[in-house]
Design a protein around this ligand. Structure first.
Ligand code: PEP
Ligand code: MG
Length: 598
């Protein structure tokens, strides 16, 4: 197939920045195919491995066929076609020839040859041959499974690469080695999917929802990932490469300058309103980046990542050590620990959970914890014990009604009592918060506010649940709008109810880092912004360059608009005007603000 130069794929920007590097395809299956070089001497061994894999696949297919024909299934005939393919001389010779010529491991060579066949078959005019594509792909996967010994791989890269995947689960992402990882791109996914969130945390440019990336990109292709604009450029020419390399260098310098300028200054408006800009983390190791970027503490620690990608559950002692260490590092600033939020798109392999039709609406977060107090209590004990070492606060995710919140608090009281009985120290005044991420919680926030010390608005879920738009589905991403008037009303209601009850209210959803929206949120009276560490100083820049009074006026005017588009255009305009106004002290204009699409 002819290589396409400068082919542009459009997707959804998930994590800002530009990455330039070679593609590494992470298969839909559980295995990863490495492009491992082999020596001349290793070629016969690779051929023997290939033959062995073919024999095993043949045995497997025969067994499958026998089991189906015993039951009289006509579908066993399909395996005749698969068996024929397995014996196809041309395919086998192609693999051996390429192996001898290119000297890469056989799984890599075989996957490339199979891809070539699939491409050729899928472009045939004859519909019968076209339909054989699925057979080739199926047989290919079976052989690969045997070549790789059916092992479940974690992603680890031997050379600097960009991961290209149909989808990446949060657990794939959580367990992958960061060494040599330049960027992510995926066929599916939305801007606030947990994979996108992790990419931002790792400060790795990412584009999701590209739909056809894994079909058109081959292992080893040169890619530019433009995480600002949501674009991927396949096999760029020298001019394009030079342009992006320059953009990349400029944005790194700009970000550094901005941080140097703002790191030690408060997040205070021009007329003296002080708010907090904190950071979100998924992994304890990120605490260094929180400090480096000058965040005022951690507004959300997604603790579920401590539980993922491992065979056992983390013990109380292990969790205690993690929470203590992170709390000590950010002290005296706060560390807000969110209790386990699994379910939705995050699963634990250690626990047998039922497959759910609508996992985001199902056995998730606080619902799971209330049903499994054995697991919940271990975490609560660890958090409470760590609370004497720093400024730890605790919050419960996905609260949908007051009873859930009371039940969670009841379990917390039991654990506190147990610790007191054993004379184990903890902060008796530890602040307790509720995440407001379910519409019913926002609507009843006047009642919930009486039960807690603070709120943290989780817009990633609040948007998905209010607008009935799956946050991880690129097909409906166009409907996922934090500027929807319904969302703005829920946010305003939550902030007002919090303040009426004298509690503070933060936001830890991605909306808090959408720069044009910062003005609106500030004007609505939000007390704390918690965002990926890389966004912290940009948020502060906006806050420091506007008065609270002006932000309030902007917020008021935004509420007179009728649609998400109108609000978005209006806020973008205001943010651009603010940046133009700051031009005098220009250190950074964030490039084109439209990059930060809402
Ligand atoms: C949210 O829903 O906005 C949130 C911060 O939680 P998560 O993204 O982990 O669901
Ligand atoms: Mg959430």
């Amino acid at each position: 197939m002819k290589t396409q130069i400068n082919k542009v794929l459009e997707g959804i920007p998930a994590s800002p920045g530009i990455a330039i590097g070679t593609a590494f395809l992470f298969g839909r299956e559980d295995f990863v195919i490495y492009r491992r070089r082999i020596s001349e001497k290793a070629v016969p061994n690779e051929i023997a491995r290939f033959e062995e894999a073919l024999i095993r696949t043949r045995q497997e297919l025969k067994e499958l066929q026998a089991s189906l024909s015993n039951k009289g299934a006509a579908s066993s005939k399909i395996f005749d076609a698969h068996l024929l393919l397995l014996e196809d001389r041309m395919l086998i010779e192609d693999v051996i020839k390429e192996l001898k010529e290119k000297k890469f491991c056989v799984e890599y060579i075989f996957s490339q040859v199979i891809k070539k066949y699939i491409d050729a078959f899928s472009q045939m005019g004859d519909s019968y041959i076209r339909e054989r594509t699925a057979d080739v792909s199926d047989v290919g996967k079976r052989v690969l499974k045997h070549l790789l010994g059916q092992r479940r791989n974690q992603i680890s890269l031997e050379e600097p690469s960009i991961i290209v995947a149909h989808d990446l689960s949060p657990s794939d992402t959580a367990t992958m080695s960061r060494t040599n990882l330049l960027g992510f791109i995926t066929d599916i996914g939305g801007k606030t999917s947990h994979t996108a969130i992790i990419a931002k945390s790792l400060e790795i440019p990412a584009v999701v929802g590209l739909q056809i990336a894994t079909r058109v990109i081959k292992n080893g292709d040169l890619l530019i990932v433009d995480g600002n604009e949501g674009k991927v450029i396949l096999n760029p020419d020298t001019k394009t490469l030079r342009h992006y390399q320059r953009e990349k260098d400029i944005s790194i310098v700009e970000a550094r300058q901005l941080e140097d300028m703002l790191r030690d200054l408060p997040a205070e408006t021009m007329d003296g309103r002080r708010v907090t800009v904190a950071a979100n983390i998924e992994f304890p190791s990120e605490v260094d980046s929180v400090i480096k970027h000058g965040a005022e503490g951690i507004g959300l620690f997604r603790t579920e990542f401590l539980y993922m990608g491992r065979e056992d559950l983390p013990s109380e002692e292990e969790q205690f050590e993690v929470y203590k260490k992170v709390a000590e590092k950010v002290a005296p600033n706060p560390l807000i620990i969110r209790t386990l939020d699994i379910g939705g798109d995050k699963f634990l392999s250690q626990i047998d959970t039922p497959e759910e039709m609508h996992s985001f609406l199902g056995w998730r977060a606080i619902r799971f914890c209330l049903a499994r107090p054995d697991i919940f209590k271990v975490q609560l004990r660890a958090i409470l014990r760590a609370s004497v070492f720093g400024n730890i606060k605790l919050m419960f995710p996905m609260i949908s009604c007051i009873d859930e919140l009371r039940d969670a608090k009841k379990i917390l009281s039991d654990v506190k009592r147990e610790l007191s009985r054993k004379k184990i120290g903890f902060n008796k005044e530890i602040e307790i918060g509720a995440m407001i991420e379910v519409p019913s919680a926002a609507i009843t926030s006047d009642l919930l506010a009486r039960e807690v010390d603070f709120f943290s608005i989780g817009t990633n879920d609040l948007v998905q649940y209010t607008l009935a738009v799956d946050r991880a589905n690129e097909k409906v991403a166009y409907l996922y709008r934090p500027t929807h008037i319904g969302i703005l009303r829920l946010i305003r209601m939550t902030i007002e109810n919090a303040h009426k009850n004298n509690i503070w209210v933060g936001m830890c959803g991605e909306m808090a880092s959408e720069l044009p929206l910062v003005i609106l949120l500030l004007g609505l009276g939000l007390d704390e912004f918690s965002a990926p560490p890389i966004s912290v100083q940009k948020i502060k820049y906006i806050i420091r360059n506007i008065s609270y009074e002006e932000a309030q006026r902007v917020a008021e005017e935004a509420f007179n608009k009728n649609s998400a588009d109108e609000v978005e255009a209006f806020l973008l305009d205001k943010a651009e005007a603010l940046l133009r106004r700051c031009h005098g002290e220009k250190v950074c204009d964030f490039g084109d603000l439209k990059k930060y699409k809402i």
